[in-house]
Design a protein around this ligand. Structure first.
Ligand SMILES: *[C@@H]1O[C@H](CO)[C@@H](O)[C@H](O)[C@H]1NC(C)=O
Ligand SMILES: *[C@@H]1O[C@H](CO)[C@@H](O)[C@H](O)[C@H]1NC(C)=O
Length: 337
């Protein structure tokens, strides 16, 4: 068994490191011999494909632009600004052979508006293994950094993790969920990795992607969306510039944002602030219908409306936006079926 493991690891290293290609020019007889050995090996270990681990290679990491655009178009609702920025930002970044810095996106908005969902879409259209890829890392404050007193430990741990993972694979992706729950200062510890450096200690971070998710700024975004609604203007008329300044300021000055007075914003290390608008009734209905389709259920408008009606809407007087966005519809849908 031990012996077999060793073989598998060796083979994996061969495949992952591209040694297999390097060996190619060697004389045919050796190549034939090796092929024979390999075939024999595969025949004696039929489960070998099981062991084929994910590698940091184009076979496992390649961007599907159409896939991301289709996902954003068909599965994300009510987010015309986010859709456009995400598509352009990710596409521009991965098609740049020599990016000067890693891609840093900060996604802001009310709960249930699609921030997690979009991160997942990016991962799924970039890594063959999607969110299960060993090159995609999700950090949440509750899970990874729960104790305020240990912030110094967390800082060095986080640095080591990021350095270690980017050393393993330059095209790593790091998602920081619930940034608003992270202690101010923690995220400053990774600032050097987000900056315009060719190399730090021999490691280049320029191909990595960092995504911050946060509810911070949600009030400002909602205020703007409500102003448009009250003025009878179309929601699609809201432009990024209507939100961007208010957003970065409210994030910067909000102690609870996780980005509070951080030098990431100060030094413009965040490439894009992406606002997620609060969702209206009609978007919730769209979410429910999409979820039905995803579950291979017959789309039922009656049930979709029922689920949407059951949610709470705010502000109290106008009841325009869903308080939980599309977040709770999945469990609600279970109840109806
Ligand atoms: C890219 O995404 C599209 C749309 O989801 C899909 O049809 C296509 O097969 C994908 N291409 C690759 C190479 O995975
Ligand atoms: C990569 O990150 C994970 C956390 O997501 C951590 O547990 C692991 O030790 C890191 N790997 C390296 C090589 O540093």
């Amino acid at each position: 068994m031990k012996h077999r493991r060793k073989h598998v690891v060796l083979l994996w290293m061969l495949v992952c490191s591209g040694l297999a290609e390097a060996i190619e020019p060697i004389s045919t007889s050796i190549a034939v011999g090796m092929a024979a050995a390999l075939t024999g090996f595969l025949a004696s270990y039929p489960n070998i494909l099981y062991y084929f681990h994910e590698c940091c290679r184009p076979e496992w990491i390649s961007f599907n632009k159409t896939g991301l655009d289709v996902d954003l178009e068909k599965r994300l609702f009510g987010q015309h600004i986010a859709t456009r920025i995400i598509s352009k930002a990710v596409n521009g970044f991965v098609n740049n052979d020599k990016p000067k810095k890693p891609l840093v996106l900060s996604l802001h908005g009310w709960t249930g508006t699609g921030k997690n969902f979009v991160s997942k879409m990016i991962a799924e259209n970039l890594y063959k293994e999607g969110m299960h890829s060993s090159f995609v890392h999700v950090f949440t404050s509750e899970l990874h950094f729960p104790h305020a007193s240990q912030i110094e430990t967390y800082k060095s741990q986080l640095q080591q993790w990021i350095k270690g993972n980017v050393t393993n694979c330059a095209q790593s992706m790091f998602i920081f969920d619930e940034m608003d729950k992270m202690q101010p200062g923690l995220i400053d510890s990774i600032k050097p990795y987000l900056d315009y450096y060719d190399r730090l200690d021999g490691v280049s971070y320029q191909k990595a992607i960092f995504i911050f998710l946060s509810n911070a700024g949600g009030e400002k975004i909602t205020e703007t969306a409500l102003d448009f609604w009250k003025a009878g203007k179309n929601r699609e008329e809201i432009k990024l510039c209507d939100l961007e300044n208010a957003l970065s300021l409210s994030v910067f000055n909000n102690k609870k944002s996780g980005l509070w007075r951080t030098c990431l914003i100060d030094k413009n290390l965040v490439d894009f602030f992406v606002p997620f608008l609060p969702l209206e009734y009609k978007h919730v209905v769209q979410c429910v219908l999409a979820e039905m389709e995803a579950r291979d259920l017959e789309p039922d408008k009656g049930i979709a409306n029922q689920v949407a009606r059951d949610l709470i809407y705010f502000p109290k007087s106008e009841r325009v936006f869903s308080a939980t966005g599309c977040k709770t519809i999945i469990s609600k849908l279970d109840y109806y079926y």
